[in-house]
Design a binder for this molecule. Structure first.
Ligand SMILES: Cc1cc2nc3c(=O)[nH]c(=O)nc-3n(C[C@H](O)[C@H](O)[C@H](O)COP(=O)(O)OP(=O)(O)OC[C@H]3O[C@@H](n4cnc5c(N)ncnc54)[C@H](O)[C@@H]3O)c2cc1C
Ligand code: SF4
Ligand code: SF4
Ligand code: SF4
Length: 404
């Protein structure tokens, strides 16, 4: 029994939730840890419901953006803690206390990311910030079905493929979608969380401390990938530096296969509102204001426009109306036109990983030329790197023991 092509499967889990025989589980389908459905063929009755639930096999409604804004939260604390302009966080703030159901992503103790209900202002702390890794949305489907069934107003904020998956699921189960607002986050790809876990293990071995909090893009951490242990920062690297995971993520060296074929990376948006980073601000029409921490907000439907107006009227957003083409055509916004292309390093990474099962070795090998350029540009870091590699371990231990 095949649901959709393996390389197109986004790992949403709608098929698993829809199966009447409960004979689908979501699990690692290959050595790289790609989460996909695994069918227990002995239990399957070939009813085809899993295929009907799969967004990859259906046409999901979409629309071209009607309005474009450069916007950021008026609240400095929200802005300084959000991934971009903190728009998603301020939407959560607006919903809490107004009896609007929503969910957000949170890191699990094993480095994986999954959805939880955002029901208080305190929950915004774990929901905000971009988690640059695959997120498990299997508990989202039934939660929204139930709340919409009860007549509650709902908002779903997630990656474009996740919005498509939820839309298809609700459609299949004939749930009225008049009371739900869909918000998608511009996305250029997600790695499997197995790779993030391997990288966190490496950091823990190096620092001899357990990582208990990870940030990818907090403005307060200078948009660095930062790991904390017991409240102390033990790792901090920029996207263009020498961190194997963060650099590889920015280049798309180890994304899931479906991301290079993303069905939702185009100008026809799958949701009512699209949020992203505003790159290219001022390129089509002069922009005189402060460009820092500015998010892109695309309102793609009348419902999206209405909702964004509500946030503006509540005084929660600083906003500027911009031409839609400015956002769509900006070189940094490729995901609004087409999916990420597969870089040459992906093949090298896969080749070494297949033989070694060693994330650090594979990523370092695939990106070695970039890292050499980095070390030439930052000679102090470069010298440290070379010394670390040429001094024998025994001598390193001896020097260390002399210092203790
Ligand atoms: C994997 C990934 C790739 C991205 N790639 C791009 C890009 O190429 N170009 C671009 O302009 N923007 C990209 N973004 C979006 C950008 O980083 C910001 O998340 C976005 O602008 C929203 O910022 P904010 O300040 O409003 O969000 P915040 O207020 O910080 O809230 C973050 C929101 O994102 C959700 N979220 C975080 N991580 C995940 C995840 N893994 N899965 C599902 N939901 C998640 C949270 O639940 C929350 O709703 C990406 C985000 C992710 C997660
Ligand atoms: S065909 Fe039906 S029983 Fe078989 S896996 Fe799909 S949903 Fe489950
Ligand atoms: S429903 Fe989701 S998890 Fe299942 S096959 Fe389709 S894309 Fe994959
Ligand atoms: S690139 Fe597309 S398929 Fe991949 S996680 Fe993002 S939205 Fe989903």
């Amino acid at each position: 029994m095949k649901i959709c092509d393996l390389e197109k499967c986004t790992g949403c889990g709608a098929c698993m939730v829809s199966c009447p025989r409960k004979c689908i589980t979501m699990g690692e389908s290959d050595n790289a840890g790609t989460i996909r459905p695994i069918i227990n063929e002995a239990e399957c009755i070939k009813c085809g419901l899993c295929q009907k639930a799969c967004h990859v096999l259906c046409n999901i409604s979409n629309s071209k953006s009607l309005k474009c804004y450069a916007a950021r939260s008026s609240d400095e604390i929200i802005r300084n803690n959000g991934a971009s302009g903190g728009i998603a966080s301020l939407m959560y703030k607006y919903m809490v206390g107004r009896n609007i159901f929503s969910m957000g992503t949170s890191f699990d103790s094993n480095g994986g990311v999954s959805y939880k209900e955002v029901s208080s202002e305190a929950d915004i702390e774990w929901a905000r910030d971009s988690k640059f890794v695959y997120s498990d949305m299997t508990n989202v489907f039934e939660a929204y079905k139930e709340k919409l069934g009860e007549g509650m107003e709902c908002v779903f904020i997630g990656l474009p493929c996740q919005v498509a998956a939820l839309k298809r699921f609700l459609e299949l189960h004939k749930v009225n979608q008049n009371r739900i607002l869909f918000v998608d986050i511009v996305c250029h790809g997600t790695p499997n969380f197995k790779h993030l876990r391997e990288h966190l293990d490496y950091i823990e071995r190096k620092r001899k401390k357990k990582v208990d909090r990870v940030y990818f893009r907090q403005p307060l951490s200078n948009y660095k990938f930062s790991c904390y242990s017991g409240g102390k920062r033990i790792w901090s690297r920029t996207m263009y530096g020498n961190d194997t995971y963060y650099r590889g993520f920015s280049l798309g060296v180890f994304f899931r296969e479906n991301c290079y074929r993303c069905l939702y990376a185009n100008t026809y948006r799958v949701s009512d509102i699209t949020l992203g980073d505003y790159s290219g601000l001022g390129t089509v029409k002069k922009f005189a204001g402060d460009k820092s921490q500015m998010s892109l907000v695309l309102c793609n439907t009348e419902r999206g426009i209405e909702w964004f107006d509500k946030l503006c009227k509540a005084g929660m957003v600083e906003y500027y109306l911009r031409p839609v083409e400015e956002a769509i055509n900006a070189p940094g916004n490729q995901q609004l036109r087409c999916p990420s292309s597969k870089p040459i390093q992906k093949e090298m990474f896969d080749g070494v990983y297949l033989c070694t099962r060693d994330f650090e070795k594979s990523a370092r090998y695939a990106m070695r030329k970039l890292f050499i350029k980095y070390y030439l540009f930052f000679p102090i870091e470069g010298s440290k790197y070379i010394i670390k590699r040429i001094v024998p371990n025994r001598l390193k231990r001896l020097i260390k023991s002399m210092g203790e």
